[in-house]
Design a protein around this ligand. Structure first.
Ligand code: CP
Length: 312
């Protein structure tokens, strides 16, 4: 079993110092790609569809001099065609590191328990740590490296993206605000983790139900789909429950002048965000998508014990 192997299953797996290191490393790799992983192979074991995560991992590995193997939904059948522990032990004989997109967090945890190689969470129902690293890399590019006290409001579902985001943002000492309808707030464990990190870093985590309270004077406004992959049967219920949580011109007008607009994509234009706001001057949404490459390049190198050169 791979007890000594380092994995990235949750944003909470990274210490504050490691988050700073990864963001610095990602920025350095973006400035000057380094062929750190010649001959190394990343398997992408995906049980759900993807555009950004799949392609950005593949491009990241190419920049690092390594290669990828993509295993599409229906191919492997984690826990169905074959036991998770058997897939884990077999893949570890072929490749150096694996990124998994699947359903419950317990699946990647079970997989990692038997893995002799690093495992990266490429999205579960509970977390999306790679997205959060790319998001904070993007925020640093826009606002500077020291994000202490800078305000970030997440409006919408307390889902996987929100969970990883608040943990990373709180670790950087940001003023993090979360507005969700009753019944859709972040999980208690995430609130506890992010609050502790905020306290340590001199930041804050504020939970509200009124989106206006969250966006008031905020410098960064973030939203995500109201219905995540696998929740499609709840879509109509959620459209009703999330009335008032749309990131539109009226809500943006309550934020700080020049507030930046964030979304991890894919977006449901007209639901959680309007076309107008997505296309507005303050939108940094496509910068977030681009930065998936560099955040993941840094994470893969880090987990394989290879440190990029960082010129400060
Ligand atoms: N944001 C994100 O993870 O996009 P994909 O689902 O396309 O990978």
């Amino acid at each position: 079993m791979g007890d000594a192997v380092r994995h990235l299953l949750s944003a909470a797996d990274l210490s504050r110092e490691e988050i700073f290191f990864l963001l610095d490393a990602a920025a350095a790799l973006k400035r000057r790609p380094q062929r750190l992983l010649e001959g190394r192979e990343l398997a992408l074991l995906f049980e759900k569809p993807s555009l950004r995560t799949r392609v950005s991992f593949q491009v990241a590995m190419r920049h690092l001099g390594g290669e990828t193997i993509y295993l599409a939904p229906q191919e492997v059948g984690l826990g169905e065609r074959e036991a998770i522990q058997d897939v884990s032990r077999v893949l570890a004989r072929y490749v150096d590191i694996v990124a998994i997109r699947t359903y419950g967090q317990e699946i990647v945890e079970q997989y990692a328990k038997y893995s002799g190689i690093p495992v990266i969470n490429a999205l579960t129902n509970e977390e999306h740590p790679c997205q959060a690293l790319a998001d904070l890399l993007t925020v640093r590019e826009k606002l500077g490296d020291d994000l202490r006290g800078r305000s970030l409001a997440f409006i919408g579902d307390g889902n996987n993206v929100a969970s990883s985001l608040v943990i990373v943002a709180a670790s950087l000492g940001m003023d993090v605000r979360m507005a969700a309808p009753r019944g859709y707030m972040l999980p208690e464990a995430v609130i506890t983790e992010a609050s502790a990190r905020a306290e340590e870093a001199g930041g804050s985590l504020t939970l509200v139900h009124d989106p206006v309270d969250a966006v008031s004077g905020a410098e960064l406004l973030y939203t995500d789909v109201w219905t995540s992959m696998g929740q499609e049967r709840e879509a109509e219920r959620r459209r009703i429950d999330f009335v008032g949580y749309q990131l539109n011109r009226e809500l943006v007008s309550r934020a700080a002048p020049g507030a930046l607009i964030m979304h991890d994509l894919p977006a449901h234009r007209g639901d959680e965000i309007t076309d107008e706001v997505m296309e507005s001057e303050g939108s940094i949404i496509f910068d977030q998508a681009e930065n998936r490459i560099w955040a993941q390049a840094a994470a893969v190198a880090f987990l394989l014990g290879v440190a990029p050169q960082i010129e400060y």
